[in-house]
Each structure stands twice: as structure tokens, then as C-alpha cells.
Design a protein around this ligand. Structure first.
Ligand SMILES: [Zn+2]
Length: 455
């Protein structure tokens, strides 16, 4: 997850209203600019109805007081100073309050002494704190949102002035769900493209996952590949908290278009999953590459991919990768062998159903807790790339076997998970058609070359 500070639309960072008449007027235009930046990032706060998905439009207007209102307010003498600051590493309450423009001993004492208010002292670096003060720095109101270990807001703590005393209160933090759409084009790597489109890493990882039975992201990507993605984000008080699930995605890889829509409904036998627009499940029996693809492990380069993914005379597929790259089970199964065999070095063999099995060789080490007979799910990490056994360099040697005979995995037709049918399919179609419409809006004139994703 990228740091929140880098997230678009959050450059609002620090709002400063009114140290003088002049700065107050300046800050109004600064706010306006911030509103424009907000829209340019493609962030569109809306109700989460898929039918009303906004496409890069600004639907939130920030109330900006008119100049006349501001001047009237200044003359009336009821200036409220509002400031927002992030907690910095090494901050003390004193340094934080100072940056917030609070000059108020009584407030500081209250925050230290009050059981609820002192939670402010526990805030981690990067969290935002808002303060409202009088012209002399007397605290009127201070608020901060506490998060759980996963970064989800739990409650908002408010310290407010009550005459010449203070009181503290808490409210449960509510997350606002938004739906965002972004597009990207591959120029150097997937993560460079998602960075350029300001797509959070967790969304990039989901894009990889949803298409990983169709696309080997380490070997198959081409310059000019494109994608559209629709995903949830969660916000609190206008601040980005985290990204949620990818609801739909479309990936044009080497001229073929793959599309997927998330569909889940109570009682669905298989649980939620990604489906092609025709209702066929995208879940395949085997991943296209057993290597985990991530920002760290990818090492993707348009120029060199020496031995990745090629079926070899020695009856396996070699995937070049750095030592330590996680290796995933290509399909569901049970561990049939885990240990050392001469040429293979550290090797894991997984038995799937029917007569299918897969082998993963030259590992530097195995994942913890695995033994013969362990049940393994597709995508589960079983070990790490190395160069044990007869290996001239770090790589994964992967074998796909039918009846113990190595076969080229790309030449094998294995059935997909079950397709949607009946009433489920009807409901799915209404979800899917909304998404299809959205994708059409994102790339007009480029329809008509679409393969069903599961092929
Ligand atoms: Zn090999």
C-alpha cells in the first residue's frame, strides 16, 4: 500500500483559514485549486450504485465563502482558525499542538489527563488531526480518528471547549464507500502503469489475481497493453482510508481482451468470484504461472525474459526469477512429495484430481508447515525460488504431469469452474451490463475485438 501522503486528492493536507484578512482570501482560492486537483485525480464521491458510476467527474462541491462574506465575518470578529496537520514521527503533544496553531495550556493538560482525549497521544505518524482555535490560539475543538491495526477507522475522538473547561466525546467512525474507475496503458511495467494511473497497490494485485489464469504477468505483457478497472475505495471525512474490492476489470493483452466482473450473492454455491460477461467463471484449474507476481518480485522488463514460460526439451517449463520469489501452487491439491531429489534439488510435487500433478524444483526453501499429505489451495505459497540441484542459475523448473508423464501445460485443456446458470445468471447479467457500459464509455471505438476471458 502506498503511503497516504502520495494519494491523489489528499494534497489538501493542511488547510489554513485566516491568520489575517489577506491569507484568508488567499486560502479560499487555495481551497478551490484543491477541489480541482481532487477532480483531476478521477475521484468521484458517489453513492455506490453501479448503475450510476461516475466517470472522472467532480460531483462534490466545496463551499467557498464569498469575499464579501469573509470580510463581513472578519469585521464581526468571530474568526475561527481551522487547521489540519498530520502526526509526524517524533511528535509530542506540544509539537503537534504548536503546528495546529493551538496555544492553550489548559487544553494540553486536559488532553493529557482525560482518559478518552489522551488517545490523541497514541496516534501514529501520518494520521490527521484537525483543530479549530480562536485568534489567540485557544482551542475550540480538536478531532482525530483512531484506526485499528488494519488502518480502518474505528472511532473519532473530539475534544471541545465547554465554557472555560473542556469535554471529550467519541463517535463511531463511518466509512464512505466510493466507486472509482481508472484506465492505464503498459509502457514499461504493470506497476509503472498503475502508479501512473494512481491506482493503489492492493488494486494492482487484484488485477493480477483476477487474470492470472489467463495472463502470465511476468512474461505475457506487451508494451501498449491496456486495462480498465472499477474498484471500491473507502473514505472518511474526505480522507482516503483504503481501497476495497475490484468490481470489474478489462485487460487487453497482446490484442486479446479479457474481462471480468465480480459477482457474489448470498447463497451462491461457489462464493463470490470473477466471471466473464457471459457468466462463465474465470477460475481455472491451473494458474498460468506459479510465480507470484508483485511489485517486489516482478522485475518485469520489456527487453529481457530469457527463459520464462517456455516449454523445454527437458520436459518442464523454466521461469526465470530472483532467489526468494514466492512459488504458488498452480491448482488445488495435496502434497505428494516434499524434499530433495538429486537433479531437482528441493522439490515439491502436488497431486491434483484425476491424474494431474505438478512439480516445482530448485527451490531455495519450502514454505513453513508443509508435509506430505498437506492440503493446498490454488495460489498458496509452497516455497521460494532458488538454484538447488542441477541448476545453472536461479529459476523455477515447473512440470505439469498427466499420469506421471510431463506435458506442456499450455497444451492441456482442463475444465473451468462451473458457470452461472438460471436466476443467478439473470442477476449476474444486470450487474455485468452496467460494467460493460462503463468500459464502453472508457474506450469508445475500441470494441469489437473482444475474446471471452476464459478462453
Ligand atoms: Zn527446467
Amino acid at each position: 500500500m502506498r503511503s497516504i501522503d502520495n494519494f491523489p486528492g489528499l494534497s489538501l493536507g493542511r488547510k489554513l483559514l485566516g491568520t489575517s484578512r489577506k491569507t484568508r482570501i488567499v486560502s479560499a482560492s487555495a481551497l478551490f485549486l484543491a477541489a480541482c486537483a481532487f477532480g483531476a485525480a478521477g475521484v468521484a464521491p458517489m453513492a455506490p450504485d453501479a448503475a450510476d458510476l461516475p466517470v472522472k467527474s467532480i460531483t462534490e462541491e466545496l463551499a467557498i465563502p464569498t469575499l464579501a462574506d469573509q470580510i463581513a465575518s472578519l469585521e464581526a470578529g468571530d474568526i475561527r482558525y481551522y487547521r489540519e496537520e498530520r502526526v509526524r514521527p517524533g511528535d509530542t503533544l506540544a509539537t503537534l499542538l504548536k503546528r495546529l496553531g493551538v496555544d492553550d495550556e489548559a487544553a494540553a493538560s486536559f488532553i493529557k489527563a482525560d482518559a478518552l482525549a489522551r488517545n490523541v497521544l497514541q496516534l501514529k505518524a501520518g494520521r490527521q488531526v484537525q483543530a479549530q482555535t480562536s485568534a489567540s490560539g485557544a482551542l475550540q475543538r480538536l478531532s482525530a480518528t483512531l484506526v485499528d491495526t488494519a488502518g480502518n477507522p474505528v472511532k473519532t475522538i473530539v475534544v471541545s471547549r465547554d465554557g472555560d473547561k473542556f469535554k471529550s466525546s467519541e463517535t463511531s467512525a463511518k466509512l464512505e464507500r466510493r466507486i472509482e474507475m481508472q484506465s492505464g496503458e503498459i509502457r514499461s511495467s504493470l506497476f509503472a502503469a498503475t502508479d501512473a494511473a494512481q491506482i493503489p497497490d492492493s488494486v494492482a494485485s487484484q488485477i493480477v489475481d483476477m487474470f492470472s489464469t489467463n495472463i502470465d504477468f511476468a512474461a505475457d505483457l506487451r508494451r501498449g497493453d491496456r486495462f480498465n478497472v472499477v474498484y471500491e475505495t473507502f473514505w472518511q471525512d474526505g480522507e482516503f482510508v483504503r481501497a476495497g474490492r475490484v468490481l470489474a476489470g478489462e485487460f487487453v493483452n497482446n490484442g486479446s481482451t479479457y474481462q471480468a466482473v465480480w459477482f457474489d450473492e448470498p447463497g451462491n454455491r461457489q462464493g463470490g468470484g470473477y466471471y466473464a460477461f457471459d457468466g462463465r467463471s474465470l477460475k481455472k484449474a491451473f494458474l498460468k504461472s506459479p510465480l507470484e507476481f508483485s511489485r517486489i518480485s516482478s522485475g518485469f522488463s520489456m527487453r529481457s525474459h530469457p527463459i520464462s514460460g517456455q516449454w523445454k526439451q527437458h520436459q518442464g517449463v523454466d521461469f526465470a526469477a530472483a532467489v526468494g520469489t514466492p512459488i504458488r501452487a498452480a491448482g488445488d491439491g495435496v502434497i505428494d512429495f516434499i524434499g530433495t531429489q538429486n537433479g531437482y534439488g528441493n522439490v515439491v510435487v502436488i497431486k491434483h484430481w484425476n491424474d494431474y500433478s505438478t512439480a516445482y524444483a530448485h527451490m531455495s526453501r519450502f514454505a513453513g508447515g508443509l508435509h506430505k499429505g498437506s492440503k493446498i489451495g490454488q495460489g498458496e505459497v509452497i516455497g521460494y525460488v532458488g538454484m538447488t540441484g542441477w541448476s545453472t542459475g536461479p529459476h523455477l523448473h515447473y512440470e505439469f504431469r498427466v499420469n506421471n508423464t510431463p506435458r506442456d501445460p499450455l497444451s492441456i485443456e482442463v475444465p473451468n469452474a462451473q458457470a452461472l446458470a438460471g436466476a443467478e445468471l439473470q442477476r449476474f447479467r444486470s450487474v455485468a451490463s452496467d460494467m460493460q457500459h462503463r468500459f464502453a464509455l472508457l474506450s469508445p471505438g475500441e470494441r469489437g475485438n473482444i475474446k471471452v476471458a476464459s478462453r
